[in-house]
Design a protein around this ligand. Sequence first.
Ligand SMILES: Cc1cc2nc3c(=O)[nH]c(=O)nc-3n(C[C@H](O)[C@H](O)[C@H](O)COP(=O)(O)OP(=O)(O)OC[C@H]3O[C@@H](n4cnc5c(N)ncnc54)[C@H](O)[C@@H]3O)c2cc1C
Length: 416
Amino acid sequence: MNFSYSPKVEDLRRRVSSFMDEYIVPRHREWLDAVHAGQFPPPFMEELKAKAKAEGLWNLFLPHLKDDEPGTRLTNLEYAPLAEIMGRISWAPEVFNCNAPDTGNMELLHMFATPAQREQWLTPLLNGEIRSAFAMTEPDVASSDATNITTSIRRDGDDYVINGRKWFITNAAHPNCKIFIVMGKTNPDAESHQQQSMILVPMHTPGVKVVRNIPVMNHVSPEGHCEVTFTDVRVPAANLLGEEGSGFALAQARLGPGRIHHCMRSIGAAELALELLIERAQARKTFGKHLHQHGTVGEWIAKSRIEIDQARLLVLKTAWLIDEVGAKAARKEISMIKAIVPQLHTNVCDRAMQVFGAMGVSPDTPLADHWTWGRALRYADGPDEVHLQAIARMEIAQGKEKTGTSATYLTAPLRD
Ligand SMILES: Cc1cc2nc3c(=O)[nH]c(=O)nc-3n(C[C@H](O)[C@H](O)[C@H](O)COP(=O)(O)OP(=O)(O)OC[C@H]3O[C@@H](n4cnc5c(N)ncnc54)[C@H](O)[C@@H]3O)c2cc1C
């Protein structure tokens, strides 16, 4: 087992880091000011995207990228340390066309779109010309169980008609958001996992209404986590993604890579928080000692290092498994990282915020924003508890397969 990054990945890490240091970090203040002034995306965003594209730091997340598609093809394992670097600044992933939820949506379209759907939606997404949203969660039902979804997708002649209410739909307030992938029910009488389908709904179709951008812990994200209503929205039948009744399977296919990308970025956010914590603990003194010389703070530093390294190893193993056996076979590991990494993300940010004193909860460091996002990730793409339940189920099932040895051992009669 080799724990070092390959020379190719080391080179890319160096290039992504330099890009961040040279073009993104120095513009962070400008980004915040522009967004506060209502200019989103800020005017320099297109310039940065063009630079990243020209440097081959584009669409790094898509292992099945075709030769004629823009970007650099990498495995999930190769991409993980790069996503980690991007995760240090909330808006950086979009510069590299590697931001959620567009990456998950592009993966989905890459796998299931028809040639016409690819041309109309995937190509501009891969080019970074438009943005997209994924609409599954509904306010009226417990959406962590996707079989509860009630939005209806009803066939009417050559069209489908969509009615429903969704919320927390990320990207729906982005001015470049042009397409929703909507999950709803085409056949409520079918077997519970075959009732759902996904359909492509252009943003400006009559009947689509973005009702509000929901603040997360009072933080308003400019791209939005929006409540959206669909009232008698009519789209051609050709907009269906995959087969009727395949929505549940498509959602599982989409959420695998989507979840691991979130976790990779979270490791980067936690790493940044630890760096800031250490810097601050070395700079400030109380009661005659630097903060890191107080036992509690020293322990926070040590625990954070251990937890980040543990989580990173599991994320890398999961990335490797997805490359080797696919997201479906790696679903236990995907749930494992999704259940622990957002908590790690918030825990390390929380410790760093505490070491910064009152400044930790102000907008003068990136910590409070990173904490907020880590907290939100404990729901997005499935709450912790649902992942823990899935892990337990798989573990028990795998335990049964293995019962041979352990059961014999436990029930073997004592010998003289
Ligand atoms: C910032 C943010 C962005 C999001 N972006 C999107 C998006 O782009 N598109 C989209 O469709 N959705 C999005 N979501 C929604 C997210 O996917 C849902 O919130 C999540 O799936 C949970 O659904 P729910 O909120 O309906 O919670 P519910 O299903 O009502 O669950 C509530 C709670 O019940 C508990 N629970 C549920 N099942 C179990 C179980 N088996 N065992 C123990 N406890 C359990 C959990 O604690 C859970 O938090 C986003 C959410 C946030 C916060």
